[in-house]
Design a protein around this ligand. Structure first.
Ligand code: GLU
Length: 441
């Protein structure tokens, strides 16, 4: 049986790190098995779903390289849901209900007061045709799935064996009074008809899964393998939901996060395997095992991305970044040398713009008052152009001989004079790139 997974976001907002975890796990399972990865847009909520968000989701996934084999839109499959609903009705598993939210709330409170679980009492199921017609005349009915009140069991890919008493769950609403098909139902129909074999999603869906397994069986389908990953929390264990706006994929991208850094973290965070900087999605797929993930909430700290970003950038060949560097104004002839000098020294690619400006224009020198005379002397000893990789050694040798300084006292002020900074790439690699030395002007 060929593996089919899907990532099913609702296009009602931008993707964030929590969604990415779901997307990536489903992608990696399909990639590892040579299967199919479907992007499914859960857009039956016409009021909240927008084309702009659907486009943004696809852009974000494309940026990450999470290529989907095909895209499906629930809004284009309404006839399939209607057909499936008719089958459930015919089988006596879908019934019309009429209680308003206020009525339901009252029932809920009563049950809670009596110390009983707030499960819907199926009062609408007991109505006869005349009573239904009367209720319908007042306001149209909506449709609930009649749960079989047995235990629902499955072996979860992350949580292990689960057993949920269907008697503790209210019959889920599948179709609203205005005809809108709700996610629970649309998802089931899609998962069956699209041959989905593995569903990975957040632990907030566990109860949904219990009901969906019954709906799938009622439709004659075979439930896929389910795995529910833990939800992400902030670094301090706080709920992430309020901060998700700043943890959108586009926000991280704007902050200079490289796709493979983000993917490397998300493919291992919360698992028993170490986070390692991977070079490709195939490498991540080869090392991916859903069973290695734990059930406990997983802490996400965006700061953890920077060491991975550094490692990713340091491992890139200049040919991989030539286009980006040239777009930044680095002449093609300087790309290789500039990249070799810089690649192990940056957390964000965009930091290079400032370094290139230093090479091109010279830096505002940063010389401590007590070093001023020393630096002035040193600048008179700069070797003649052209400068090569040996220039730094030659120059500091001359300065050392002339001033008697050595070690840090020798090197640090010279670095600061030439770059305006107290740290950065190897000076030997940088000097040939320095077109101007402002301090010498
Ligand atoms: N649209 C649903 C969500 O974003 C999909 C859940 C699922 O994977 O079934 O929560």
């Amino acid at each position: 049986m060929s593996v089919v997974t899907r990532f099913a976001p609702s296009p009602t907002g931008h993707l964030h790190v929590g969604n990415l975890r779901t997307a990536l796990m489903n992608f990696l399972i399909a990639r590892k098995a040579g299967g199919t990865f479907i992007l499914r847009l859960d857009d039956t909520d016409a009021e909240r779903s927008t084309v702009a968000f659907a486009d943004a989701i696809q852009e974000d996934l494309a940026w990450l390289g999470l290529a989907w084999d095909r895209v499906e839109r629930q809004s284009a499959r309404l006839d399939r849901y209607a057909a499936a609903a008719a089958r459930l009705r015919a089988a006596g598993r879908l019934y019309e209900a009429f209680e308003s939210p206020a009525e339901l709330e009252l029932k809920r409170k009563k049950l809670l007061t009596m110390g009983r679980p707030p499960v819907y009492d199926r009062a609408s199921l007991a109505l006869d045709d005349a009573q239904k017609a009367a209720r319908r005349a007042a306001s149209p009915g909506y449709w609930r799935f009649l749960l079989d009140q047995t235990r629902i069991e499955w072996t979860d890919g992350v949580l292990g064996p689960l057993s949920i008493d269907a008697g503790s769950i209210s019959d889920p609403v599948l179709i609203r009074a205005d005809g809108q098909v709700l996610y629970t139902f649309a998802s089931v129909v899609d998962d069956i008809e699209m041959g989905v074999t593995h569903v990975v999603r957040g632990a907030d869906h566990v109860t949904n899964t219990a009901t969906q397994i019954q709906i799938m069986r009622a439709l004659g389908g075979v439930p896929p393998a389910f795995a529910h990953h833990s939800l992400l929390t902030g670094a301090g264990g706080e709920a992430l939901s309020k901060r998700l706006g700043t943890l959108s994929l586009r926000d991280l991208r704007a902050r200079g996060v490289e796709p493979m850094a983000l993917l490397s973290l998300m493919a291992r965070l919360g698992s028993s395997r170490p986070v390692e900087p991977a070079r490709s999605l195939d490498e991540l797929a080869a090392g991916f095992d859903i069973a290695s993930f734990g059930a406990a909430p997983t802490k996400f700290d965006a700061e953890d991305l920077w060491p991975l970003n550094r490692a990713w950038l340091a491992g890139l060949d200049h040919s991989a970044v030539a286009g980006r560097l040239e777009a930044m104004g680095v002449p093609a002839a300087d790309v290789a040398a500039f990249w070799e000098a810089m690649r192990a020294n940056i957390s964000r690619f965009d930091d290079l713009a400032a370094w290139w400006a230093i090479c091109r224009d010279g830096a505002e020198p940063a010389v401590a008052p007590e070093d001023r005379a020393f630096v002035d002397t040193a600048l008179t000893l700069l070797p003649p152009r052209p400068w090569g990789p040996e220039t730094w050694g030659e120059w500091t040798g001359r300065v050392k001989a002339a001033t008697g300084r050595k070690g840090r006292a020798l090197f640090a002020p010279l670095r600061a004079a030439l770059t305006g900074r107290d740290s950065g790439p190897e000076m030997a690699a940088l000097m040939p790139l320095l077109r101007r030395v402002a301090a010498a002007a």
